[in-house]
Design a protein around this ligand. Structure first.
Ligand SMILES: Cc1cc2nc3c(=O)[nH]c(=O)nc-3n(C[C@H](O)[C@H](O)[C@H](O)COP(=O)(O)OP(=O)(O)OC[C@H]3O[C@@H](n4cnc5c(N)ncnc54)[C@H](O)[C@@H]3O)c2cc1C
Length: 584
């Protein structure tokens, strides 16, 4: 009998959490909640953290007793790192994640592509870091536990039913200590691809499910090989297949390979099928170290989404809202974007600063983003695992040509996870800057800056500036704000009415050396903002709490703080920006 390397456990031990049962009367929890989040996966935890950052409490209901087990997401994009940093858990990702910047593709053993993702000295984060999903979730959980006064996680608490009414949602849950019901004003459904809430509400995901199957194998192997994405098309070790290889932290390697037509998936994951294929791949790669399998699973690509992510007081996020093929690495990453977009809007609504209609923009912006993610993910999937003879023929043609014609290699360049722009968002305001720089709806480019304060100067990044409500950057020569931007407290609108500040922070940006009296100033000490942003002296740039650009005005003397505050307030109250008459 042939012997194979022995299975070993992941180099990670999950903590197991006990169930709790609240005080109930007649099976209904006495205390009603403002926000309940169903699902303590990465998206549920990130949403809870985003709400907590705004001072909004939530309860997370999680069916399991620990963070996830097994092989799932590993590639975390730069945009997700920016968001996670803002949520206060960036240090954990920096400490554990393996950064990488590019990769190589081979066809029949010959290198046909070497790609690099955008990376320059301006960046605070690598374009991508690899980190196993159990570590991702543990890092988020550490962040959640630091907010125990605002976030309550109820482990081993599975949602089993949902009833909706105008005031909120009633959930039925089961725990090892018995079932009960609870009421919440708002429900975030982040309960994953098989969402009980989606099923319970009779909603269906729409789109395409691919037939092709991938075997996912995690192995433990010490190798000095650097972290990069390796793709082998029709490799000598596994002819006719596509094989992907990624390095993860802790000497874990992810190997994904496509099953050939007609292969039985259940048979294909048996050790006598898997181990020889892994060994022949490692032989082909020239890896000679001993290795052990940790996990073997099957993956089938889906490109599916709900039509809308808001259904009254229920908001869908992450895999509960959409399933994106893993080949574009946009499943977890798009879920983090959902959490970022949803948490500031829901926070504003719960705190009475915005009308519930604002949540419609969560749905429209993120549904549009999913369609963009799906178009990338679908192209990658069709290239990695051609769904028909025609796709297979086209792929072979492109790969064969790429061997001899380097100019065609861009056709096989995997589209990496660039931030999505909300170009058609109803929240996008006036744009008086022309076509240069980030237009309303886009994410700000990264840039190192110096923060000048009474406590001394320190290095910061442009991406650190989001997250504190709405922020208006006023571009000055020396950090001294025009008078119109200096009032504090309340503002007076054009009609004379007093209006509350819409959590609008004003940030003086100094394009030249700051005036000795100027404090709390962002100094563009590397003189890049005029080029990167198209920023001119006296201009105003407004960003949303999630860092997307909202509006760009030319003249800070004309668009005062009061006018911008009024504009945001009315936008939040009515979400009808075109109906607002903003006059100087
Ligand atoms: C093999 C594989 C590789 C992947 N690689 C990548 C990658 O590299 N990059 C990437 O971006 N994405 C990747 N993904 C996708 C990524 O794993 C998911 O998109 C991500 O986990 C979605 O997070 P989520 O929080 O929405 O859902 P989940 O992670 O599924 O979390 C949902 C949570 O809800 C809980 N739950 C379920 N039902 C209930 C209920 N009734 N009541 C209470 N709780 C409930 C579950 O226990 C779970 O904890 C990969 C996926 C797979 C399978």
């Amino acid at each position: 009998m042939t012997s194979y390397p022995e299975y070993v456990p992941y180099p990670f031990q999950a903590e197991h959490h006990v169930a709790t049962h609240p005080v109930c009367t007649n099976g209904l929890e006495d205390h009603s909640h403002r926000v309940v989040i169903a699902g303590g996966g990465p998206v549920g935890f990130a949403t809870a953290l985003g709400l907590a950052k705004q001072g909004v409490a939530s309860v997370v209901l999680e069916a399991d007793d620990s963070v996830c087990f097994g092989s799932r997401a590993i590639c975390v994009s730069r945009r997700s790192l920016e968001i996670l940093h803002r949520l206060g858990v960036g240090a954990g990702f920096n400490a554990i994640g393996l950064p990488w910047t590019g990769g190589r593709s081979f066809y029949k053993g010959q290198e046909v592509l070497r790609f690099e993702m955008p990376q320059d000295d301006n960046q605070q984060f690598a374009p991508m870091v690899n980190m196993a999903q159990y570590s991702i979730e543990k890092t988020l959980l550490d962040g959640v536990q630091a907010y125990h006064h605002l976030i309550e996680v109820r482990w081993q608490t599975a949602v089993t039913g949902i009833t909706r009414n105008e005031d909120g949602v009633r959930l039925a849950v089961k725990t090892p200590q018995g079932a009960y019901q609870l009421h919440t004003d708002w429900l975030v459904a982040a309960d994953g691809g098989r969402s009980t809430i989606r099923e319970g509400m009779g909603l269906r995901l729409q789109g395409t499910s691919y037939e092709g199957r991938y075997v996912i194998v995690d192995i433990l192997m010490k190798s000095p090989r650097p972290a990069e994405r390796l793709a082998y098309f029709d490799p000598p070790c596994n002819p006719g297949s596509t094989v992907l290889v990624h390095k993860q932290p802790g000497d874990v390697w992810r190997i994904d390979y496509q099953l050939r037509d007609g292969e039985d998936p259940e048979q294909a994951i048996l050790p006598h099928q898997v181990m020889p294929r892994v060994q022949s791949l490692l032989d082909m790669m020239g890896e000679t170290a001993a290795w052990n399998p940790i996990w073997v699973g099957l993956y089938k690509a889906n490109a599916l989404t709900l039509e809308r992510y808001r259904h009254g007081r229920v908001l869908f996020a992450g895999d509960a809202a959409h399933l994106v093929p893993i080949f574009g690495v946009r499943g977890f990453n798009s879920g983090i974007d959902d959490a970022d977009n949803l948490s500031w809007k829901l926070g504003q609504v719960v705190q009475g600063r915005a009308a519930p209609a604002l949540l419609e923009t969560y749905s429209s912006e993120r549904v549009a983003a999913t369609h963009e993610n799906l178009s990338y993910g679908t192209k990658s999937t069709e290239f990695m695992a051609p769904p028909s003879f025609a796709f297979d023929l086209m792929r072979r043609a492109v790969l064969s040509l790429a061997v001899k014609h380097p100019e065609l290699r861009s056709l096989i360049n995997p589209r990496q996870s660039a931030p999505i722009a909300y170009g058609d968002s109803p929240l996008n305001g006036p744009d008086e800057w022309g076509t240069h720089g980030p237009r309303p709806g886009t994410v700000l480019p990264e840039c190192p800056l110096t923060y000048v304060s009474t406590h001394g100067d320190h290095a910061v990044f442009l991406s650190d500036q989001a997250g504190h409500g709405f922020k208006a950057f006023v571009f000055t020569a020396d950090g001294v704000l025009p008078q119109a931007w200096c009032q504090v407290g309340v503002d007076r609108a054009a009609d004379g009415a007093m209006i509350a500040h819409a959590a609008l922070a004003v940030q003086a940006v100094s394009l030249g050396a700051p005036h000795p009296d100027a404090v709390d100033v962002l100094w563009d000490n590397t003189v890049q903002l005029p080029h990167l942003l198209g920023a001119q002296l006296g201009a105003v740039l407004l960003i949303r709490p999630d860092g997307h650009v909202m509006a760009r005005w030319r003249d800070a003397n004309v668009k005062s703080r009061a006018i911008v505050s009024a504009w945001i307030n009315q936008l939040l109250a009515a979400n009808q920006p075109t109906a607002i008459g903003v006059t100087p």
